[in-house]
Design a protein around this ligand. Structure first.
Ligand code: TRP
Length: 454
């Protein structure tokens, strides 16, 4: 974020830049890997509907709230939450929880990102030798020891170096140009997948709900995914809000980000599930779903092996945009606290992430596969604690802080920036959502998900 350090504070140069950066954080493994894999293991369409509702009723309002706190304070997340309401310094606790969430998320996110990077090279190898990548390829990679660790290390070195050099804006530029290409490739996958014999069962799986599948835990997972998808509940979007120019209209920007991000997820689902059913696989394929299905779809296309390579290259780039935004949260705090230079903060954060990351990665193979806490291996545990516990609780706290502790006038004033004298009505509406609808829903879903209420 600091490609051009000014006397005051660095920021996005324009509203378009702010949009690109926000979307760059939102779009990542969450769309192409996590959304399909969770939809597959949580019963399909009913989960998708719960997810869409939670983006609309909870995710979007919290995204707005985070941006507004960030821009109002123009501080890193921890300081922002601690100072947005005078005399209530302890709200910086949200930022601390976010700090922990960032490290837990990155611990397993970088494992998966490592698989994506590795797949670029495996896809090139397969293209040269004229073979197709299959589930053995994936199992050997994810279940290995040194290979996934090496890739995870590479991923963290690249991401930390980008943050250290302060060139993340360059990454946003790259993401902005390449994201449309990724979308085109996804559409190509969709067309191929949807025209396979037997594909329709996959469309039904994605859109024809069986509401008996909606248990409390499934709803909590859908809520957690909506937070994860929009990078909410831990300060990323607050930090990005702090870089936003005053002319950016926060509400429409957030709405565009939520919509675009959702479209990318649905496009990924429309490639994967029809193909899964057409090839006779199981939708509950777990974390390997993306890696096993995408090469298969492309193998049924002319020049498919080249498209597979391009697909994984573009996915790697999208992933970097998301990871940069995760590392930025702890780093911006360390730097603004004034104790540390940007490179040191970036590598220190990267090292912490690698420390826990080793546990996540090795828990996918024999080395730590049997180590379970609460019945979950480290990979699943980090995912569960971050997405299903810390992010929703963070979101709840952010909603309360914005809706109940800030004055309504302050909220409306921040959201009205960028307009002329006529303030659109939806600002009132989104305020009601931030104040009442989102926190109540989060509260109910959390209690329900933990089995406290039915
Ligand atoms: N939203 C990203 C994705 O879908 C991941 C991500 C980036 C994230 N920053 C975050 C998730 C902050 C939670 C919190 O891949």
């Amino acid at each position: 974020m600091a490609s051009k350090q000014t006397k005051t504070r660095d920021g996005f140069a324009s509203s378009v830049g702010a949009f690109a950066a926000t979307l760059g954080s939102a779009v990542g493994l969450g769309n192409i890997w996590k959304f399909p894999y969770l939809t597959g293991s949580n019963g399909g369409a009913a989960f998708v509907i719960a997810y869409l509702l939670s983006v609309l009723l909870v995710g979007l309002p919290i995204l707005v709230a985070e941006h507004l706190i960030g821009r109002k304070t123009r501080l890193n997340a921890i300081h922002a939450y601690g100072s947005v309401v005078k005399g209530k310094k302890y709200w910086s606790l949200i930022g601390w929880a976010g700090f922990i969430a960032a490290i837990l998320i990155m611990a397993y996110y970088t494992d998966v990102a490592g698989w994506v990077f590795a797949y670029v090279f495996k896809a090139i190898g397969a293209a040269i030798s004229g073979t197709t990548l299959n589930s053995d390829t994936f199992n050997a990679l994810a279940g290995g020891t040194w290979e996934p660790l090496a890739w995870q290390f590479v991923v963290l070195v690249i991401t930390s170096s980008i943050i250290a050099a302060g060139v993340s804006r360059g990454i946003e530029r790259v993401t902005k140009t390449l994201m449309p290409v990724l979308v085109v490739l996804l559409i190509l996958c969709d067309i191929r997948a949807l025209t396979l014999p037997g594909a329709f069962a996959g469309v039904e799986y994605l859109f024809k709900p069986d509401f008996s599948k909606l248990t409390g835990n499934v709803m909590l997972t859908a809520l957690g995914l909506s937070f994860f998808k929009l990078s909410l509940g831990m300060g990323t979007m607050t930090t990005y809000g702090s870089y936003m120019p005053d002319e950016t209209r926060i509400v429409p920007n957030a709405a565009k980000v939520a919509l675009s991000d959702t479209i990318v997820s649905i496009l990924a689902g429309l490639a994967i599930f029809p193909a899964v059913f057409a090839f006779g696989g199981s939708p509950a394929g777990g974390p390997g779903l993306l890696f096993n299905v995408i090469p298969l779809i492309f193998s049924k296309m002319p020049l498919g092996s080249i498209f597979t390579v391009i697909f994984f290259i573009l996915s790697s780039i999208a992933t970097i945009g998301a990871m940069v935004s995760l590392i930025e949260v702890p780093v911006s705090w360390m730097v603004e606290k004034g104790r540390m230079k940007r490179p040191a903060a970036a590598y220190l954060t990267g090292a912490m992430m690698f420390g826990l990351g080793i546990l996540a990665t090795l828990s996918q193979g024999p080395a730590l596969g049997n180590a379970k806490i609460f019945g979950k291996n480290f990979f699943d545990l980090f995912d569960y604690v971050s997405s299903n516990v810390l992010l929703p609780l963070g979101g709840l706290a952010i909603a309360i802080l914005t809706g109940w502790l800030l004055k309504k006038g302050e909220v409306v004033e921040e959201l009205s920036k960028g307009y002329g004298t006529i303030k659109p009505r939806y600002i009132q509406l989104i305020y009601i959502f931030i104040k009442y609808v989102s926190p109540v829903l989060i509260f109910i879903i959390i209690l329900n998900g933990f089995g406290v209420i039915k």
